[in-house]
Design a protein around this ligand. Structure first.
Ligand code: FAD
Length: 383
């Protein structure tokens, strides 16, 4: 491998971009290939909880100016995670008082991704779907794009999310379980009119409300520290339900327009506490979209090589633990640290990849297990 290897990253999501930032800052040659034609082309989702591990990973990966952008555009810190019955009787509460503003507790996903893209315009190539790779005779990696064309590098990192094309080729035996849970994700813009509808606790962090029929709803505020253009404060309003409770096939659910998905959320919570009903009644119908909850099945270590995986591409997990993005960021930090050690000549690149995988695999799948345990507590029907 050359002294200045070229590192290809398939996927410009949260993990891939954090890795690209770290490697580029460390002086390595990086190219990120992202299937989306532009950063804003699809709804990326809403609020993401960032935990202390995610914060540590961001400090490792991001140059100070980029970390500054991400911090300035993060959400105002929350101090509560709590659970309630559907009549809003609290059953569990964890508080996190006095979190310093140097730490981030929540971000808006679109805004976070835009922050992670800071300074990477020459490195990230949108509209490039990696369809396959080939390890050449000289041990380099050539990737092919669905849109046409190829590129070649010394290493390939599959950061291409739950449907990873790189995982399918590298680990064809790896499987992803469908958990029988569907999420209908939406939001309510916080305005002078809607703010008084929000119960006090819902202003403070993530609140989970559930009935006993296999339906729950998560609420969390996204109040920007400073508003990037086009952003408004909102309350994330998400319904998660078993497929039995929803009583819709995936073909039906995923074909519904946002307004119909919103109606499902309104109807699913029709006999809940009036405060919850008011929130759904005032949510923004056009913001609702469906997601399937999945989990990667634990996989044995494989023979390391010039292709590896990161984040949801290898260990996707349900959002019940609120840690998938944090784990992807941790992967990026671990991999960047190992590769930059190799760049300084302190170890070989193959050793760096092997050292990364030895940490990433058990950590990632332990986190999947914890998220599944949480899902089983929240939805005993699926356990
Ligand atoms: C409803 C919901 C709420 C969540 N809340 C939280 C939370 O609060 N906290 C938390 O830590 N996690 C949360 N997560 C999980 C988190 O979103 C993921 O774990 C995280 O985004 C994984 O990052 P990643 O970089 O591995 O993948 P992604 O962020 O999914 O990025 C993958 C990228 O690869 C691109 N791509 C895919 N295929 C190709 C290809 N063939 N070629 C090129 N590009 C490709 C995609 O377009 C995408 O941009 C939540 C998830 C959901 C669904």
């Amino acid at each position: 491998m050359s002294d200045n290897p070229k590192i290809l990253i398939a996927g410009g999501g949260l993990g891939g971009l954090a890795l690209a930032q770290a490697l580029r800052h460390g002086g390595l040659d990086v190219a990120v290939y992202e299937q989306d034609p532009t950063p804003q082309i699809r709804n990326q989702g809403y609020r993401i909880h960032i935990d202390p591990d995610g914060n540590a990973a961001l400090r490792t990966c991001l140059p100070p100016d980029v970390l500054g952008v991400v911090r300035d555009t993060a959400g105002i810190n929350g101090d509560l995670v709590a659970m309630y019955t559907h009549q809003l009787n609290q059953t569990m509460a964890l508080t996190f008082p006095n979190t310093s503003d140097a730490e981030i507790t929540n971000v808006d996903r679109n805004t976070f991704r835009r922050g992670l893209l800071t300074g990477l315009s020459e490195v990230v190539h949108f509209g490039h779907t990696v369809s396959a790779y080939e390890v050449t005779e000289s041990g380099r990696v050539r990737v092919e794009f669905t849109e046409g064309g190829t590129d070649e590098g010394d290493l390939l990192i599959g950061a291409d999310g739950v449907g990873s094309a790189i995982r399918r080729q590298l680990l064809p035996h790896a499987t992803v379980l469908n958990l029988g849970l569907r999420c209908i994700y939406g939001r309510m813009t916080i305005t002078e009119a809607t703010e008084p509808l929000i119960p006090e606790d819902f202003h403070r962090g993530f609140c989970w409300v559930a009935d006993e029929s296999g339906c729950g709803a998560g609420f969390a505020p996204q109040r920007f520290r400073s508003h990037p253009a086009g952003t408004e404060d909102y309350l994330m309003t998400t319904v998660v339900a078993t497929t039995e409770r929803l009583a819709l096939s995936d073909d039906e659910l995923f074909a519904l327009p946002p307004e119909q998905l919103w109606k499902i959320a309104v109807e699913a919570t029709a006999d809940w506490h009036p405060a919850v009903r008011e929130i759904f009644a005032h949510a923004d119908p056009e913001t609702f979209f469906p997601i399937t909850l999945r989990a990667g099945r634990r996989i044995d270590p494989w023979q390391s090589g010039p292709v590896t995986l990161l984040g949801d591409a290898i260990h996707t997990m349900p959002p019940t633990g609120g840690v998938g993005a944090n784990t992807a960021l941790q992967d990026a930090a671990t991999l960047a640290t190992e590769l930059l050690t190799a760049a300084r000549g302190e170890q070989s690149y193959p050793h760096a990849i092997a050292a990364y995988e030895a940490v990433m695999l058990p950590r990632g799948f332990d986190t999947v297990d914890r998220s599944l345990q949480m899902a089983a507590q929240m939805f005993p029907q699926t356990a």
